[in-house]
Design a protein around this ligand. Structure first.
Ligand SMILES: *[C@@H]1O[C@H](CO)[C@@H](O)[C@H](O)[C@H]1NC(C)=O
Ligand SMILES: *[C@@H]1O[C@H](CO)[C@@H](O)[C@H](O)[C@H]1NC(C)=O
Ligand SMILES: *[C@@H]1O[C@H](CO)[C@@H](O)[C@H](O)[C@H]1NC(C)=O
Ligand SMILES: [Zn+2]
Length: 972
């Protein structure tokens, strides 16, 4: 039994369908120790937890060795060998961190980057980088290197000989090669959902643990390139056992202020709900993005002069280089707190010929330190982020506390990186749905090769800021992942003819369109029963639908709203927790499509919860019980004109021409369809913008299905299409957006909680990532919008909430991609058409979270529909639930996947914030023994969030916040 309160619990459960003799997986007190051959200091200890505190704190950077003869006595002797270079207390210590930033796809695809193919697009070959770095590390044992992306390292490792692998293990054990981050990729922080981030970290960290043991476990996360930083990422990293977090990009005004106040190193308290220090993460802002100081780039991609140290030659430059370096180092030390500073010596895809870098760094260290003989107080050393972090920790200072996040990110007054929140909306949806299917896949594997999902979390993938051909490659990889899954689904249920309809979202499914009889299998990956509307493209005009027990289900056929299919069959399915049920559909009446079920517009659609009124004049106003909601799609034009700056909108940057968006149309062509299952109003505002407002018979939420595209560009203007909800809610400039789909943060227009913002972009500067939901509220009501993918949005006027749905741009925004974001494909030669859904719920305040939490949960993990034509084989099991009973509403089953032959990884999550619901925010108890219907739990061991460390061995650095810093931004 375990109790938790807004917390992830990650356990590995030993399971079997039949009873085994196995006990609870044993845990060992010193898994992070292996035998080494050299010995410097002796420390006596029994258990890691009982190590004297100071010595324990050195563990991240000391290598501890178990002496085998002593082990028998259960008394262990640790031999600690320092893997960090010694620093000098009375001097300024400059930590040089050699590194490479290897995007897992950006201008080139993942494979092109790995092999160094298409160097005409960008010179980059990761395999050569790793080859070269390993050679160079062996040449001088002082040298250090860090590596981040397991998507690349894993590939490289697989193709090495066992002797190279042995050598690399030795380098890792000695701290000369250090892994940081260690996930499959460096995830984007705005557009990623926490569930996918945890998965991609788990895959990479598992590989590291299995390959290198505890020495391979990264202590530091390293998000040097993502364009803004999410609080939920910091919270997750803390729960994954990381000691510190370093990044490179933050708002230029925030940076200036932090430099003045020496606040570039801080303690991030990343959760309103978790008890400190559970979600506290030490955060360091790197001095120069992730680049070396100007003049000190010695890669083959750079052109700074090398150190020429032959005094007999005319161009001898050691004195110049050292002098310049000392100026930079001393100046940098004035904006940081301790006598340690860090310099990132590397950049994008550098170190392909590592000799260039290391040869010059060796000399730099030598010549700068030589000046100490003359009384100079600067000491330069090869270092790593964890060695640097250790020194900050030893400094025993207090650090400013931060409780908000780092969005939006602007690198200049008119350069807000808020466009990528929406860029490539189709890919963003595809990524989300793929995650849902992957979870389903994992669950089916438990009840009965997921690597592509991990790659798509990269900060140039799901963010939508990659080149077009790279986006296509991501989509292809996701599709391959699904393929693997579909095979699995078929083999699991011994049913070869089960078909998955990939294009159901655009009403295409040849099987349902052509079959006179078929069955629909609905798998529900949630740990509670769901009711879900199913809409299937069909050719007939009347069907009968029955559930697994043979009972008839109310169903309706109407003409399809889209142009793709003829008719649409609509009915509600109910699926059991973590399981499936089967519906049978039979054609009753064939024939031509029915005449549009168009009635003389009654201005109201309603069910027992909601009544929505449309203004008969314009067809545009929706009236909810307490509030009026005005909704018209609008767009902003983008050409990058302006007087203040020539910055145009692009894949990254959002910069509209005007603060007042253009209304696409004040009138709409309207159709109303009312059936017993659903009532809907279809509105066409322009040939390229339409929406369906839908109310299902038993739903408390109103669905808005929007279709946008192809965005016209014949006026030579790019366009950013938004939907804006104008209400009478008194928001006083506040609104709320989620962080990576989990906790919700308060936002205020033209305001940052921690510093005095000078606003220079009234729209773009007020945009935030909306991962799963946004809301506005006053003392009485809350209007929540749940999205089906990551989007950007804000509240520019009181009472209003806008969301950017799609954008098509004709200019390049000067951030490296080199092409405008103008998506065109074979299916959409005139420009991408995107369709999506928003769920709206208007609730009295005290119950708002009880509505939006389950809605968002259901939007992220959707039922998976598969189809079989004709009759099912006799004895087919029509219904199954993997659980003995549904979990309480507060508990979300985040992960259930096979770990190895006889154990399963299980993550349970309390999904309510501390005070957002009277009932559901309470602590809950779950009994794992009584959870599963077909699995017997033989033993349980708890892990950290990323499953690469046993929970009882997870010890992190403790940090003290400065008194009186940090503000309270609790969501009430
Ligand atoms: C850290 O500082 C605190 C207060 O300034 C002091 O009490 C404590 O002993 C220091 N710890 C170490 C290890 O120096
Ligand atoms: C659906 O019916 C139309 C004509 O009514 C026909 O052209 C089309 O081929 C049918 N589709 C399928 C998949 O049977
Ligand atoms: C790490 O890997 C080792 C084998 O290399 C394994 O014994 C240990 O259980 C793993 N740790 C975790 C937390 O999975
Ligand atoms: Zn990058």
């Amino acid at each position: 039994m375990s109790r938790f309160c807004i917390l992830f619990t990650c356990v590995r459960v030993k399971v079997h369908v039949k009873k085994l003799s196995g006990a609870v997986s044993a845990t060992f007190c010193f898994t992070h120790m292996t035998v080494l051959t050299y010995i410097e200091v002796l420390v006596l200890c029994q258990k890691s937890a009982r190590l004297p505190k100071t010595d324990f704190q050195c563990l991240p950077v000391f290598l501890c060795v178990i002496s085998l003869p002593m082990l028998a006595n259960r008394l262990r002797v640790c031999v600690c060998v320092q893997s960090c270079h010694a620093t000098k207390p009375g001097m300024l210590n400059v930590h040089l961190v050699p590194h490479t930033h290897d995007d897992v796809g950006w201008l080139k695809t993942v494979d092109q980057y790995y092999y160094g193919d298409r160097n005409d697009i960008q010179h980059a070959g990761v395999q050569y980088i790793l080859d070269s770095v390993v050679d160079q590390l062996l040449k001088n044992q002082d040298r250090r290197f860090i590596y981040v992306e397991m998507a690349f390292f894993y590939r490289w490792w697989k193709s090495q000989s066992s002797s190279v692998q042995q050598t690399v293990k030795q380098l890792v054990n000695e701290g000369r090669l250090e892994f940081v981050n260690g996930g499959w990729c460096m995830s984007d922080e705005a557009a990623t959902h926490y569930s996918a981030v945890i998965d991609q970290m788990t895959i990479g960290l598992r590989f590291l643990n299995e390959t290198f043991g505890a020495f391979g476990r990264p202590r530091v996360t390293w998000h040097i390139d993502p364009f803004g930083h999410a609080r939920e990422h910091a919270s997750m990293f803390a729960q994954m056992g990381f000691d510190g977090f370093f990044f490179g990009r933050l708002d230029y005004q925030d940076r200036a202020r932090r430099m003045r106040n020496k606040e570039q190193e801080l303690l991030w308290r990343a959760s309103d709900s978790l008890t400190p220090p559970m979600a506290d993460l030490f955060t360091g802002i790197l001095p120069n993005g992730y680049n070396p100081p100007e003049g000190f780039c010695w890669d083959q991609l750079c052109s700074d002069p090398p150190i020429r140290d032959d005094p007999d030659l005319e161009d001898y430059n050691v004195d110049d280089v050292v002098g310049c370096f000392l100026v930079i180092a001393n100046s940098q030390s004035t904006v940081y707190k301790t006598n340690h500073i860090i310099m990132t010596m590397g950049s994008d895809f550098q170190y392909e010929n590592a000799n260039l870098w290391y040869k010059n760094l060796d000399k730099l260290i030598h010549y700068v330190n030589a000046r100490q003989a003359n009384g100079n107080k600067v000491n330069v050393l090869y270092s790593t982020p964890s060695c640097y972090l250790q020194e900050l920790h030893r400094a025993n200072l207090t650090w400013p506390l931060k409780t908000d996040d780092f969005f939006p990110y602007a690198d200049d007054a008119h350069d807000f990186w808020t466009g990528y929140f929406t860029s490539r909306p189709a890919l963003k949806r595809y990524e989300r749905i793929s995650n849902s299917n992957l979870q389903t896949c994992n669950q089916l594997e438990v009840f009965g090769g997921p690597k592509a999902m991990a790659v798509a979390q990269h900060h140039d993938a799901v963010s939508g800021t990659e080149k077009q051909h790279v986006a296509n490659d991501y989509a292809r990889k996701l599709a391959n992942g699904w393929q693997h899954c579909r095979v699995l689904q078929a083999s699991h249920r011994k049913c070869s003819s089960r078909i998955y309809c990939e294009n159901l979202n655009v009403s295409v499914c040849p099987l349902t369109e052509s079959s006179k009889k078929f069955s629909v299998n609905v798998y529900n990956p949630l740990a509670r029963p769901v009711t879900w509307p199913v809409r299937l493209p069909v050719n007939g005009t009347a069907y009968s639908v029955s559930d697994a027990s043979g009972k008839a289900v109310d169903c309706q056929v109407s003409m399809c709203a889209s142009s793709f299919a003829v008719n649409e069959l609509v009915f509600q399915v109910q699926a059991p927790p973590l399981g499936y049920t089967t519906y049978t559909v039979a054609l009753i009446q064939d024939g031509p499509p029915p005449a549009p079920a168009q009635q003389r517009a009654p201005p109201v659609i309603q069910n027992k919860f909601l009544q929505v009124t449309f203004d008969p004049e314009t067809g545009l106003i929706i009236e909810l019980p307490n509030d009026v909601l005005l909704k018209r799609p609008r767009y902003n034009a983008s050409a990058g004109n302006n007087v203040e700056s020539r910055q145009p909108s692009g894949a990254y940057i959002f910069r509209p021409n005007s603060s007042t968006p253009f209304i696409i149309s004040r009138t709409a062509k309207t159709e109303i369809i009312k059936t017993s299952v659903v009532q809907e109003v279809r509105q066409w505002f322009a040939p390229w913008v339409s929406q369906v407002v839908r109310l299902y018979a038993d739903s408390r939420a109103l669905e808005l299905e929007w279709t946008v595209g192809p965005v016209p560009i014949d006026d030579s203007l790019g366009k950013e299409v938004i939907t804006r909800l104008d209400t009478s809610i008194k928001t006083s400039e506040y609104f709320y957006t989620d962080s990576n789909g989990r906790e919700v943060l308060q936002r205020k227009k033209d305001f940052w909680p921690t510093w005095n913002l000078k606003q220079s972009e009234p729209i773009a500067g007020n945009y935030y990532p909306i991962n799963s939901r946004a809301y506005i509220k006053d003392d009485v009501d809350q209007l929540t919008v749940v999205t089906d993918r990551s989007q950007g949005g804000g509240s520019i006027q009181n009472g209003s909430l806008e969301i950017m749905l799609h954008h098509r741009l004709l200019h390049y925004d000067f951030r490296g991609v080199g092409e405008p974001l103008n998506e065109i494909s074979g299916i959409f030669p005139d420009g991408l058409v995107v369709r999506g859904r928003l769920l709206l719920t208007l609730d009295p305040l005290p119950t708002a979270a009880d509505m939006h939490r389950p809605l968002a949960e259901g939007m992220v993990l959707q039922p998976l529909l598969t189809f079989t034509a004709g009759d099912l084989k006799p004895n087919t099991q029509l219904e199954f639930s993997g659980l003995l009973a549904a979990l309480p509403p507060a508990v979300h089953l985040l992960t259930l996947s096979q770990w190895d032959e006889d154990s399963v990884l299980l993550r349970l999550e309390h999904q309510y914030q501390s005070s957002e619901s009277k009932v559901s925010s309470q602590a809950v108890t779950v009994n794992l023994q009584k959870l599963f219907s077909t699995l017997e739990v033989l033993g349980v061991a708890e892990l950290n969030l990323s499953a690469n460390q046993w929970k009882d061995e997870m010890k992190r650095f403790d940090w003290t916040p400065e008194k009186g810093t940090g503000h309270q931004c609790c969501v009430s």
